[in-house]
Ligand binder design. Structure first.
Ligand code: AMP
Ligand code: MG
Length: 353
C-alpha cells in the first residue's frame, strides 16, 4: 500500500531536534515530506536541484519520498519489537529461532553488538524484558505510572545479556526462551542511515532526513555549508526551546533525552533509558545527550549508551572509542559539556539566562 505523503512547511519539525532551513515552501529550494512511520515523525527535505543542476520534477521527488516510506516499512517489518509481523517480534514472543535473518536485522545486530561491547554493556539491545516491564520500549504504550517492584526488576534482569542469544551466520536463536531483543535505541538510527544510503544514489543533489531524534544529511553541501540543527532544551517544557544550534554539514546527529518518554510517580521521573547494570532508568546526571558521527546507527546507539554513562564517563570513553564521535551533554543542573571536537564554528551555544 502506498503511503500518503504530504508537502508541508518544516517549521513544525518535531522533537527533540528541530531543523531550521532557509526555505520551507513547497515551491522553494526544497520539497518537504512529513509523515509518521516506525512510531515516529519523519521529515524528508529534498533539494529540487538534481546532481547535474537541473530542476527535478515533482514526480521524481515524490517517488523518492515514497521509496523512503517503503524502506521504513521494510525495516519495521524486520527489527521492530512492536510490529506483530516483524522478525524480532516473532523471536521475542515465541521460543523459535530466526533461521534466515534479513540483511537489515543482521546489520542492526552486528552494530548493536559492537556498541554493546565497546560501551561495556551501557548500551544493551537484549534488555527487552526490562524495557517491557518498565513499559518504555520505543513505540510501546507509555508507562502506567507505577514503577515495577525490586523482585520484578531482578527477574527481568535475569533474562538480559548478550549471552542469551546465539548468532550463527543468518541464524539467530535464544539460549533463554524468555529473553527479548529491543532495538528501540538503534532502530531509527539504522533507518536514517539506510534512507541516506538510498538517497545518495538518487539524482537529488542534497537534503536532510529526520526521524524522531535522529537527523542525517546527504549530497553536496548546500550553498550555506551546513544545516542548522536546534538542540532542544531538556529543561524547558516548550518543544521549540533550544540550548543552541549544531551546524551539521555531513553525517548524523542523534539525541537521547529523559523527556522523550517517561512517567512520574511520587514526584520522581521514570524515563525510558534503562541502566542495564541497575535495571532502573539511568541516573547519570544527564538530561540529554547529542551524538554526532558518520554512521546513523552508531549515532543512535551511542547516544543511548552515553546517556547511561553520564558526562564524565562519556568523556573518558571518547578518548578511547573505536568509533569516532563528538557529543553535547546537558546535565540535570543545566550545564552543557562538550567533547573536544565541538567548536564555536560547529556549535552555537546560547548563554544561560
Ligand atoms: P533512545 O531514545 O535512542 O536513547 O532509545 C531509547 C529506547 O532504547 C528505549 O525506549 C528502549 O526501547 C531502548 N533502551 C532503553 N535503555 C537502553 C539501553 N541501556 N541500551 C539499549 N537500548 C535501550
Ligand atoms: Mg539511541
Amino acid at each position: 500500500m502506498k503511503k500518503v505523503l504530504s508537502l508541508i512547511c518544516a517549521a513544525a519539525l518535531l522533537l527533540p531536534l528541530c531543523v531550521t532551513l532557509p526555505s520551507c515552501s513547497s515551491s522553494g529550494e526544497y520539497a518537504v515530506y512529513n509523515y509518521f512511520a516506525m512510531d515516529t515523525y519523519v521529515v524528508l527535505k529534498f533539494s529540487r536541484e538534481s546532481k547535474s543542476g537541473s530542476r527535478l520534477s515533482e514526480e521524481k521527488l515524490t517517488e523518492a519520498a515514497e521509496n523512503c516510506a517503503a524502506i521504513l516499512e521494510r525495516i519495521d517489518l524486520s527489527i521492530s519489537s512492536h510490529n506483530k509481523d516483524s522478525a524480532v517480534y516473532d523471536l521475542n514472543s515465541t521460543y523459535n529461532m530466526i533461521l534466515s535473518a534479513d540483511d537489515t536485522l543482521l546489520e542492526t545486530l552486528s552494530l548493536a553488538d559492537k556498541v554493546s561491547a565497546l560501551t561495556d554493556g551501557a548500551y544493551d539491545y537484549t534488555l527487552g524484558t526490562l524495557t517491557e516491564l518498565w513499559n518504555v520500549t520505543g513505540g510501546g504504550p507509555e508507562g502506567d505510572g507505577v514503577p515495577p517492584t525490586e523482585d520484578e526488576i531482578k527477574e527481568a534482569m535475569s533474562h538480559c545479556g548478550r549471552d542469551k542469544l546465539s548468532v550463527d551466520g543468518k541464524k539467530i536463536s535464544k539460549n533463554d526462551t524468555a529473553a527479548k531483543i529491543d532495538f528501540g535505541g538503534v532502530g531509527k538510527g539504522i533507518a536514517t542511515q539506510q534512507l541516506l544510503e538510498y538517497l545518495a544514489d538518487t539524482d537529488i543533489a542534497y537534503g536532510i532526513v529526520s526521524l524522531g531524534g535522529n537527523i542525517g544529511v546527504f549530497g553536496k553541501k548546500p550553498e550555506y555549508g551546513s544545516y542548522k540543527v536546534g538542540i532542544r532544551d531538556p529543561h524547558s517544557s516548550g518543544a521549540s526551546s533550544v540550548i543552541g544550534y549544531y551546524y551539521l554539514s555531513s553525517g548524523f546527529i542523534s539525541v537521547s533525552g529523559d523527556y522523550e518518554r517517561y512517567f512520574e510517580h511520587d514526584g520522581v521521573r521514570y524515563h525510558h533509558i534503562i541502566d542495564p547494570s541497575t535495571g532502573y532508568p539511568a541516573r547519570s546526571g544527564l538530561s540529554s545527550v547529542a551524538v554526532i558521527t558518520s554512521n546513523g546507527a552508531a549515532a543512535d546507539a551511542l547516544s543511548t549508551a552515553l546517556f547511561v554513562m553520564g558526562a564524565e564517563k562519556g568523556l573518558a570513553f571518547y578518548e578511547t572509542s573505536e568509533i569516532p564521535f563528538e557529543a553535547i551533554f546537558v546535565t540535570d543542573a543545566g550545564e552543557i559539556v562538550t567533547t573536544p571536537g565541538i567548536t564555536d564554528e560547529t556549535f552555537e551555544k546560547f548563554a544561560k539566562s
